[in-house]
Design a protein around this ligand. Structure first.
Ligand code: GLC
Length: 553
């Protein structure tokens, strides 16, 4: 049985929306977003068309890394609500057909977690081995330091117990020792707990760190990921792991489970994302086209998660120094926009200078790339960043619901951006009423993406567009085809595409009105506006375009 429409493998063409409960909507007027506020906005999310929410960490935390420093994995940060509020939220999300996944941050805990307090109480503590200790750590390799502005080592000396502990991230985030079977069991229990409360899976934070920096070294580090996935699948067939795995493609395939597909269900395509930015900086599609050609096909039932921005800096760590500089020059020239020497702490619309045509093109490109698109809250209305906030917090601004903000009736915990991206210029309420808005564009893209499973499932072929500024590709599945073209530059282009096997077919525009026939010799001429985009459904003569898409069986 072909599975396209059954949703058994729902993640293959999901639309994932990442949000932080804290900055989305305040439901109790204390200036902090919460589950009650989020629950009120579920209809907005369902109306947008997204199919899966990814919640950033919502657990108790001293908040020294915006919640990625957890002190209790089994409950809700009291500032965000109660477990009761969480369950009501889950019920409402499911009622509107939305799945929910959450960040699983188990590479480390907060140093305030009772486990760590116990572990550091002395070398004989029964929890000592839950973390990674050393008398004589290896000298640091600068490449291992994730936050070079704040840390110069991944080891911290613990005065009280006289040994060093490992922290891949900040020193207040000691790494858990997943080499210890008790820790692995506890992590599994955490997954089980939240799945029982309705989660459909997890976005796994910092996956390579999780399985690599362990003590003693895991004999088979990847076995742990396979064990976790097997556990989840036993409990809930459709549960997924969405992995933050920023490593080169050749290493990355191991995280899917080397052809078996039994580990991480979806991996973010960090390389494709960085090449997309390089392409936009150069107005030249070649780097992205090359990445698409080089990107390994995911194992059956696995998928690539595609994105342009997320809650962290726009990392450009996989580009060469010169390439990174090109992206900096184009999209983040001033020093306060840059971070860690490798990324930009900005949101997409500001980087593209607020140029709506270009912004629309960028998201059209995102939704047409083979994989499952993941968007960060506020992208759908074109929110900007607030550079006055510290570090990566710049992009984690309160959601802009109305012209006066609408996030909270109280003074919000985080400042609302001012200037041309302030709520009076950029907000959801106004854009709902405006048929030309970015929000409406997102709704259309999402609707079309869902109607064209070829894009997510199909075999993708990058076409020769004859012009470097244009990325053209086709996606074929089960005899159905979608052809897509994007013009990265701001002058109109006519491209000629050779569409083998589609001679005499009709190509119907899916985003605007229009159609063109592929001549018998198979080469079609497609005009593209400045930053223009075309999504075209191919239909054989005498078959209506809407009947020419992939069918369920
Ligand atoms: C991941 C998260 C980031 C966090 C870090 C430590 O990289 O995306 O936001 O700071 O892990 O948990």
């Amino acid at each position: 049985m072909r599975l396209t429409y059954t949703s058994d493998v729902w993640w293959k063409n999901a639309v994932v929306y990442c949000l932080d409960v804290e900055t989305f909507k305040d439901g109790n007027d204390d200036g902090v977003g919460d589950f009650r506020g989020l629950t009120q906005q579920i209809d907005y999310l369902a109306g947008l068309g997204v199919t899966c929410l990814w919640l950033m960490p919502f657990f108790p935390t001293p908040n020294r890394d915006d919640g990625y420093d957890i002190t209790d994995f089994y409950t809700i940060d009291p500032r965000l609500g109660t477990l009761g509020d969480f369950v009501e939220f889950m019920r409402t999300a499911h009622d509107r057909g939305l799945r929910v996944i959450a960040d699983l941050v188990v590479n480390h805990t907060s140093d305030q977690h009772p486990w760590f307090k116990e572990a550091r109480s002395g070398k004989d503590s029964p929890r000592r081995d839950w973390y990674v200790w050393s008398d004589t750590p290896e000298p640091d390799d600068p490449k291992q330091i994730v936050f070079p502005d704040k840390e110069d080592s991944i080891w911290e000396y613990d005065e009280g117990s006289g040994q060093y502990y490992l922290h891949s991230f900040y020193r207040h985030q000691p790494d858990l020792n997943v080499g210890n079977p008790e820790v692995r069991d506890e992590i599994t229990r955490i997954l089980g707990f939240w799945m029982e409360l309705g989660l459909s899976g997890f976005r796994v934070d910092a996956v390579p760190f999780l399985i690599e920096n362990v003590n003693p070294k895991l004999a088979e580090p990847h076995e742990f990921l396979a064990d976790l996935r097997a556990f989840m699948t036993r409990r809930m067939g459709g549960a997924i792991l969405l992995g933050e795995v920023n490593v080169p493609y050749e290493e990355l395939v191991k995280f899917f489970g080397d052809g078996l597909g039994d580990q991480i269900t979806m991996c973010f395509d960090f390389i494709g994302m960085q090449k997309a930015w390089l392409s936009m900086a150069r107005n030249d599609a070649t780097p992205l086209a090359d990445a698409l050609r080089e990107r390994p096909a995911p194992p059956k039932d696995c998928q690539w998660a595609v994105f342009l921005r997320n809650h962290d800096e726009l990392t450009l760590d996989k580009l060469t120094d010169e390439e990174r500089q090109e992206v900096f020059d184009a999209f983040g020239p001033s020093e306060d926009m840059q971070i860690f020497g490798r990324g930009l702490r900005r949101r997409l619309p500001t980087m593209l200078g607020g140029d709506l045509r270009r912004i629309k093109m960028a998201y059209s490109l995102l939704f047409s790339l083979p994989g499952t698109p993941v968007i960060f809250y506020g992208e759908e209305i074109g929110m900007g960043e607030n550079l006055d906030e510290e570090g990566r917090m710049a992009v984690r601004v309160p959601m802009q619901w109305t012209s006066d903000g609408g996030f909270s009736r109280a003074e919000p915990v985080r400042e609302i951006p001012e200037g041309s991206f302030a709520p009076d210029r950029v907000n959801a309420a106004d854009q709902k009423r405006d048929t030309h808005s970015l929000l409406r564009w997102f709704q259309l893209l999402i609707e079309r993406y869902r109607e064209c499973p070829e894009l997510a499932w199909g075999e993708c072929t990058v076409l020769d567009a004859g012009h470097p500024a244009v990325l053209a590709h086709r996606c074929d599945a089960d005899g159905a085809t979608v052809v897509v073209a994007h013009n990265l530059c701001d002058t109109a282009r006519d491209v000629e595409l050779t569409l083998t096997g589609l001679e005499g077919y009709q190509l119907t525009d899916l985003l605007v009105d229009g159609a063109v026939e592929v001549p018998e010799k198979g080469t079609v001429r497609l005009p593209l506006d400045p930053h223009g985009t075309r999504w075209l459904r191919a239909s054989p003569p005498k078959i209506a375009p809407e009947d020419a898409s992939v069918k369920s069986h």
